[in-house]
Every structure is written in structure tokens, then in C-alpha cells.
Design a protein around this ligand. Structure first.
Ligand code: HEC
Length: 132
């Protein structure tokens, strides 16, 4: 599926913002290495095991909450769009602030998602708060 990256319509032409193009491309590399095995190539997840990343409130909603999922992992057994997922997500806190910012920017702008970028400084702030 073609990658849609953040940008603006100018005279009916989509002009991606160059920062976000680079972030999305770098983030896709991180996704393939660290997320794809569970959440799958199309972000569709695996039924009853790993949830999809398509337009969920975790992906599109509060950025700090999404950053925290990556840093701390996720084993809350919450229902995601009416389904339960029995696998646990391990913490991926060995990733750098930039890698996390990029992969979240990517996930928020592929799989039919469209949302603002995540910046390394935002990841840094959440990491610092969790360390307190
Ligand atoms: C080992 C498998 C695994 C890996 C690797 C993994 N996840 Fe997850 N992820 C899960 C599972 C399982 C859940 C749900 C856990 C639960 O319901 O308790 C989850 C939950 C989530 C959620 C919140 C629920 C949703 O679907 O919106 C997001 C967002 C997410 N993962 C993104 C990522 C990203 C981005 C990466 C890579 C940086 C990643 N995950 C790597 C298994 C994984």
C-alpha cells in the first residue's frame, strides 16, 4: 500500500513535509525490525494474539500513552475494538528516542492511519517521567 506521509494539499497536489517523509521512511525500517513479527506487515495483527494497529485509539490518540506502550510494554488484557489479545508486548526501551519517534510517526501514517508526527523530544520527556 502506498505510504501517506503528513503534508498539505497545495493546488490539489499533496506536498509532503520533508521532515515527515524522512521520519516515516526511517520508522518503517524500525517497524520491520521490531514490530512486524507481531503486528504484521499490514498492521492487521494476528487474531486473538496481537492487536491491529489500524485506527485504534492507542495509535491515533494520546501520543504519551503510545510512547509509554513502547517503553514499558503492554500486558493489560484490555479489549481493543471488542477483541481480546492473549499475547504480551515486551518493553522495547532499548530503542533510542529517535527510533521510537520515527516508528510511531510511521505507524500513525500507514495502515490507513493519519496523524501528526511524534518528535524525539516527546519520547525523551515520557522516558524521563517514567524514570522518576
Ligand atoms: C512480541 C509481540 C509484539 C511486538 C514485538 C510488538 N507488539 Fe505491540 N502489542 C502486542 C500485544 C500482544 C499487544 C496487546 C497486549 C494486551 O492486550 O495485553 C500490543 C499492543 C500494542 C498497542 C496498543 C493496542 C493497539 O493495537 O492499538 C500498540 C499501539 C502497539 N502494540 C504498537 C507496537 C509497536 C509500534 C511495536 C514496535 C515498536 C510493537 N507494538 C511491538 C505485541 C507486540
Amino acid at each position: 500500500m502506498p505510504l501517506k506521509v503528513p503534508g498539505n494539499w497545495v493546488n490539489e497536489v499533496w506536498i509532503p513535509n520533508s521532515d515527515s517523509v524522512n521520519a516515516v521512511l526511517r520508522g518503517k525500517v524500525v517497524y520491520k525490525a521490531y514490530c512486524l513479527s507481531c503486528h504484521q506487515f499490514d498492521g492487521g495483527g494476528v487474531e486473538n494474539l496481537n492487536p491491529p494497529l489500524i485506527k485504534t485509539s492507542f495509535v491515533l490518540g494520546d501520543k504519551a500513552r503510545f510512547i509509554q506502550i513502547i517503553l514499558k510494554g503492554f500486558d493489560k488484557r484490555v479489549e481493543i475494538d471488542g477483541e481480546d489479545y492473549s499475547n504480551n508486548m515486551p518493553p522495547l526501551n532499548f530503542l533510542t528516542d529517535q527510533q521510537i519517534a520515527d516508528v510511531l510517526t510511521y505507524v500513525r501514517n500507514d495502515f490507513g492511519n493519519k496523524a501528526t508526527m511524534v518528535k524525539a523530544a516527546e519520547v525523551k520527556a515520557v522516558r524521563a517521567k517514567l524514570a522518576q
